[in-house]
Each structure stands twice: as C-alpha cells, then as structure tokens.
Design a protein around this ligand. Sequence first.
Ligand code: DC
Length: 226
Amino acid sequence: MTARIPVLTIDGPSGSGKGTVARRVAERLGWHLLDSGALYRLVALASRATGLESMDEAGHAVCAATLDVRFSSRPDGEEQIWLAGQDVTAAIRTERAGDDASRVAVMPAVRSALLERQRAFAQSPGLVADGRDMGTVIFPEAEVKIFLTATPEERARRRHKQLKDKGLDVSLAALSREIAERDRRDSSRAVAPLVPASDALILDSTVMPIEEVVDQVLSVMRQRVG
Ligand code: DC
C-alpha cells in the first residue's frame, strides 16, 4: 500500500488572505502548493481566447481538460504561471480574470474536468491546497482543514491597497460591489459552493496579522500531524 500524503486545505472567500497564508505555510513546511483559483482563472483565460460568452459548458470543460499549464518560481520566490508556453502570471491576476473564473467555476463539467488534476498535486512530502472546495470536495480526507474569513469591508480594503500598490486606480465602492457579487456567486452555486467543511477550523483574519494566522495554522498542523 502507498503511504498517504498529508494534505492541509485552506478555503475561504476572495481577499481573506488564504493565498498568502497557503504560500507561507507551504514554504515553512517544505510542502507542495496547489493554488486552485489559478486553475479556474486559466480556464477562463483559455476560454476567452476562444470566446467566453459564446461557448457552451462542454466547450469550457474541454478547455479545462486540455489546459497546458506549468507553474514555476522566479529567482525572487514569486510564482510564475505559463499557459501554452506563454507567461500569464499578470494576466490571470486581474479583477476581470477573477470574475471570469468565478463564472466558469459555476459549471459542473468544468469542475469535474479539473478534479483529478487538482488531486494529482498531492505529492510527497505533503500538500497545502488553497481554494473554495478543497476541504469539502477535492480533499475531503485532508488531515487539517482551515476556513479563513474576514469581513467584506476588510477584504475590499486589502484588495484596494494591493491594486493601488500596483499603480491601478479602482474605486473602493466598485471593488466592494464586485467582491459582494463574487461571494454571492461562489457561495450560492449548486456544485461545490463556498462553505466551510463540517470539520474545518474557522479563522477570522479581519484583525489578525497574516504572520499570526500562519503561526496558528502551523501550530494546528503540529498538533494533528506531528
Ligand atoms: O481564489 P481566486 O480568487 O483566485 O479564485 C477565482 C475564482 O475561481 C473564485 O471566485 C471562484 C473560483 N474558484 C472555485 O470555484 N473553486 C476553487 N477551488 C478555487 C477558485
């Protein structure tokens, strides 16, 4: 029998800080990282090249199944993402890509086309998986499940700051509306909605510095996995 690969899942809404926490925890443990949102963003980008609006669910699913994606790290440690040999790191991080991703993510055929691909990230010595349904659908047997939240106001404020730091001028009110709409779509879809797993530990990062969240997650890991 092959040994089980330990998995830590971190789910939560956009702007909760889960991406940063997942990356830092994976670095500290020396484990692999699955940024599942990037896969949905890539499907949306690949679909857009073919016609996001005109395509039916089967077409989006074909895009998901045939994604030619590669993840690598830049010398400064930043993640780099390649789609069919093209560097799409910046292209998939736009607000539009996030919104498109949330739309294709509603489609059951897209979600099932990505299922095994996500599970294949579980490699020795362990995996930190970040997304919306990591603990509920993709890795229901995960050793540790975290659900990271923050108030919608705080999440909009963080996203606004990130965009401002990149030199982009977006109104806070417009961002708040977009975040509320994305939360609504992600939480109300029929398949794999954004909900905490029944055995997830819920952490609120509204007033907790990211380093403290990382430390708490690592301490839960040590208690459960040793
Ligand atoms: O985590 P993110 O913002 O990169 O995700 C973008 C969208 O992708 C998100 O709004 C919903 C979808 N998504 C999903 O449905 N399931 C996941 N496991 C990850 C992301």
